[in-house]
Ligand binder design. Structure first.
Ligand code: 5GP
Ligand code: ZN
Length: 116
């Protein structure tokens, strides 16, 4: 898949609309179209990185920003006190459906373990 065919690149560029909760130079965060919890936000780098498996050392600070943004959004969305889950699905066995790196922030209900 080329970057121009990528759903999350299209959302990052504004070509496809989304319910955006945060945007910065390097990241965009928007509500999942099919939420699996009362709060379900996707934290996405604007740069096309296909998956965590494609991430390398130069992406280190970007990955750190993604995780810290998840924690910030959990606080601003008022779920931090009760707790939340952050997930990166990678590849086929990981259940990754969209081939553009993203971090799921899920909260507002009790999570289960092990995940499905
Ligand atoms: P994955 O399974 O790749 O980890 O997660 C992809 C996520 O993207 C899914 O939770 C799915 O509901 C969400 N998603 C798929 N298409 C769209 C869309 O067009 N807009 C938004 N906001 N979320 C989407
Ligand atoms: Zn992309």
């Amino acid at each position: 898949m080329s970057v121009t065919d990528c759903l999350f690149c299209s959302i990052a560029s504004g070509e496809i609309p989304a319910d955006v909760v945060h945007e910065s130079e390097r990241l965009i965060a928007f509500r999942d179209i099919s939420p699996q919890a009362p709060l379900h936000v996707l934290i996405v780098p604007k740069q096309h990185i296909a998956s965590l498996d494609a991430a390398r050392a130069p992406h280190q600070s970007l990955l750190g920003d993604m995780v810290l943004l998840a924690a910030d959004l959990a606080r601003t969305e008022s779920i931090a006190g009760h707790g939340y889950r952050t997930v990166i699905n990678t590849g086929v066995d990981g259940g990754q459906a969209v081939s553009h790196l993203h971090l799921h922030l899920l909260g507002g209900r009790q999570m289960e373990w092990p995940p499905g």
